[in-house]
Design a protein around this ligand. Structure first.
Ligand SMILES: Nc1ncnc2c1ncn2[C@@H]1O[C@H](COP(=O)(O)OP(=O)(O)O)[C@@H](O)[C@H]1O
Ligand SMILES: [Mg+2]
Length: 321
């Protein structure tokens, strides 16, 4: 499979009042054409900023370095502002956690979708754009799409709003869709519908997908591979069934054991990983997960473990399970 996105030795630092923090470090991964990559980890682990770096949307106080950041043959570290505009929204689409705050409350569904086409597909005629908008609404499962054209965001449910956001993200047939916690803000009943929709659109439009979630159970059924992040580092990557069924890193096992009714029965108490993620201003010297690890040994806090290959997976742990 061809590599669509290649990330080598990505580091994201932030200048803060209390000094410089390295929020993401030594991050290496590929996204292949047609693949769905799941990215999981607790809140604050660097999932969103890694994707923001790929979209060129990091905050002003960010310092980003990488050996390689290549999307579809283009070096994202050196491209111009115009080229970014071409990539963002056209070649890479992105959807976020909160659809309500991502849509503009002052414009109708039709106006917002048409605007995306105005920017990226200026050669289409008005009629072609109108048809494209209707096709998009149909593709994202909006019932009676014609009647929804004049609707404003406040007239839509959370699930419908997320469908509109997805329509905007895929409007120009992107090669890569980044879905950052796209179901986290939605009602449980709607969550699965949105997951199924993303999965079906991926196949229909032959996209690659980066699906980010703090919840492993959300990504386990729809991803080809899973990448687990902890304190800004990738700590385990591998084929989804391997990672889910035989986790090698104690943190991955902890995340799996925290899923209700996945490994536990109803009568068992739900497991949760004790402790909290390290303060990035005071990173521990060795393994970042040391303080919380049930499998730690004396040599774990000497130096930060490197990624190594263990049974067809890449794991950042010197005492793998
Ligand atoms: N502009 C910023 N300035 C300082 N720190 C930031 C900034 N943006 C993000 N961070 C920090 O980077 C870390 C990773 O954040 P994020 O990628 O949003 O985590 P996740 O998406 O995994 O929940 C967090 O500790 C967050 O506080
Ligand atoms: Mg996030």
């Amino acid at each position: 499979m061809n590599i669509l996105l290649k990330v080598r030795n990505l580091s994201i630092k932030f200048q803060t009042k209390k000094g410089i923090i390295e929020a993401v470090r030594d991050v290496n991964f590929n996204v292949h054409e047609g693949e769905t990559l799941g990215v999981v980890g607790e809140s604050g682990c660097g999932k969103s900023i890694t994707n923001m770096a790929i979209m060129g949307l990091l905050a002003e106080n960010a310092i980003i370095t990488a050996d390689e950041l290549i999307f579809n043959g283009k070096n994202l570290l050196t491209i111009s502002t115009e080229e970014w505009q071409q990539i963002r929204g056209k070649e890479i689409g992105m959807i976020f956690q909160d659809p309500m705050s991502s849509l503009n409350p002052c414009y109708t569904v039709e106006q917002q979708l048409t605007e995306v086409l105005d920017i990226h597909e200026p050669n289409l005629t008005r009629e072609e754009k109108a048809q494209r908008v209707l096709d998009l609404l149909y593709n994202v499962g909006i019932p009676a799409p014609k009647d929804r054209l004049k609707a404003y965001p406040h007239e839509l449910s959370g699930g419908m709003s997320q469908r509109i956001m997805i329509a905007m993200a895929i409007a120009c047939n992107p090669k890569l869709l980044i879905a950052d916690e796209p179901t986290t803000a939605l009602d449980v009943t709607v969550q699965q519908q949105i997951i199924d929709l993303i999965e079906s659109l991926k196949v229909k439009f032959n996209m690659s997908v980066i699906f980010v979630s703090h919840d492993l159970s959300v990504v386990k059924d729809i991803t080809d591979r899973i990448q687990v992040m902890y304190a800004g580092e990738i700590i385990e990557t591998g084929k989804t069934d391997l990672v889910i069924n035989q986790p090698k890193h104690p943190y991955t096992k902890g995340l799996l054991d925290s899923i209700p009714s996945f490994h536990t029965t109803k009568t068992e108490e739900l497991f949760s990983i004790s402790g909290i993620v390290p303060d990035l201003h005071h990173r521990p010297q060795g393994c970042q997960f040391y303080a919380r690890c049930f499998n730690k040994k004396d040599d774990c806090n000497v130096s930060t473990p490197k990624i190594s290959e263990v049974e067809n997976r890449e794991v950042r742990c010197i005492h793998t399970l």
